[in-house]
Design a protein around this ligand. Structure first.
Ligand code: NAP
Ligand code: FER
Length: 338
């Protein structure tokens, strides 16, 4: 067993887009689990857009990462020592914590993962937080009906790829917006979407062609010019699922959003009886068992697949995370700790 715990710490709070100097590689002792705790050896770390928010010192649903503390993330790993009778050495679990190799957490904070059901890293993606986000947001807010048009921004990403596939299962006509030909080809190819729109080319013309019947459900992951282009295309009784607006996550806290244009004219919300609602997936962890069972059934039936973007080694995490905020990932971004 190694005797140190490599970590990546928040060295300083970013001004705008994070840069390498905002992170610091360090080593700490491997934690000793207290009574009721489980020591987890991390195998995969999850890099997610919300972690950018945790780098700022602002009030949110969760406290910010402290300066000098490990960066925040969920991890999947294996139990190395357990002082909770529900877990034994070697078990795979979701809920390790932080950009580091080891963490000790209360057993209550961990979810058992069965590697025979699906590769363990999927507990960070299609069977994890991003998948649950897609499932909850469609069930509670989007509610696509057969034949309706569902448009998704950042559609090839961790959340978007699941939204689109669940939308197809519900019988919707799914249109994905993504950056570049490779991502768009993935949407209409492997994922079977009806159409893909490359936001790096003429957005309005492509949306007109892809959505001849207008838009019934818009799943918002990005904001900015993409939102402005989709919004006027809503049909009566349209629903907009406000999942995220990554285009403005690098804005200074509290400032007018950098890079965000003037928002869409909200006047039509009244005439079209639109419904716009946000969600925070962390409200819905109690629904995880039902979600997981349903998703495993879709996978077994060949109706649900996933794409991961895997980078290797803890030291690769900062650059991969910075790339996520520039759209450089292709699929669910995870760090494998080989
Ligand atoms: P992701 O889609 O795998 O990766 C982010 C994608 O966003 C990039 O690949 C890129 O896609 C696009 N992007 C990145 N920077 C951009 C920019 N500056 N302008 C325009 N597009 C940009 O990430 P994810 O984990 O699935 O998250 C997607 C969204 O869901 C994010 O807004 C995230 O905050 C949100 N989310 C919310 C919840 C919740 O509880 N509300 C939970 C999970 C995720 P393209 O190259 O295709 O443009
Ligand atoms: C996310 C973006 C934003 C997310 C949560 C939030 C879980 C919440 C932000 C806030 O409360 O300020 O991707 O994922």
């Amino acid at each position: 067993m190694p005797d140190t715990n490599p970590q990546i710490l928040l060295a300083r709070r970013p001004q705008g887009a994070p840069v390498a100097e905002d992170f610091r590689l360090a080593e700490a002792p491997i934690p000793t689990p207290a009574e009721g705790e489980v020591l987890v050896r991390h195998r995969f770390l999850s890099l997610d857009p919300y972690q950018r928010g945790r780098m700022d010192d602002v009030k949110s649903y969760a406290p910010p990462v402290a300066l000098g503390a490990p960066m925040e993330c969920q991890a999947v790993g294996q139990v190395a020592a357990s002082r909770d009778a529900r877990f034994k050495e070697g078990d795979w679990v979701l809920g390790g914590y932080g950009w580091q190799h080891w963490s000790a957490r209360k057993g209550d904070a961990l979810i058992a993962v069965d590697p025979k059901e699906a590769p363990p890293s999927t507990a960070l993606g299609v069977l994890g937080m991003p998948g649950l986000t897609a499932w909850v947001g469609l069930a509670d807010i989007g509610q696509p009906k057969p034949g309706e048009t569902l448009v998704i921004s950042a559609a090839s990403g961790a959340v978007g790829q699941v939204v689109g596939q669940l939308g197809r299962i519900a019988g919707a006509r799914v249109v994905g917006i993504a950056g570049g030909a490779a991502k768009c080809g993935f949407l209409t190819g492997a994922l079977g979407f009806e159409a893909a729109v490359d936001h790096k080319a003429d957005l309005a013309a492509q949306l007109d062609a892809a959505c001849p019947q207008g838009v019934d459900v818009y799943w918002e992951n990005v904001g900015g010019p993409i939102q402005a282009a989709v919004f006027p295309r809503f049909n009566i009784h349209g629903r907009m699922v406000m999942c995220g607006m990554i285009a403005q996550y690098n804005s200074a806290p509290g400032s007018a959003a950098v890079g965000a244009p003037p928002g869409p004219n909200l006047g039509p919300v009244v005439r079209k009886r639109l419904r716009i609602q946000g969600l925070i997936v962390f409200d819905s962890w109690h629904r995880y068992p039902v979600f997981r069972a349903e998703m495993l059934a879709h996978i077994a039936a060949g109706k649900l697949t996933w794409k991961e973007d895997v980078v290797h080694g803890l030291a690769a995490a900062p650059a991969a995370f910075m790339g996520l905020l520039r759209g450089e990932n292709f699929g669910k971004l995870v760090v494998a700790l080989d």
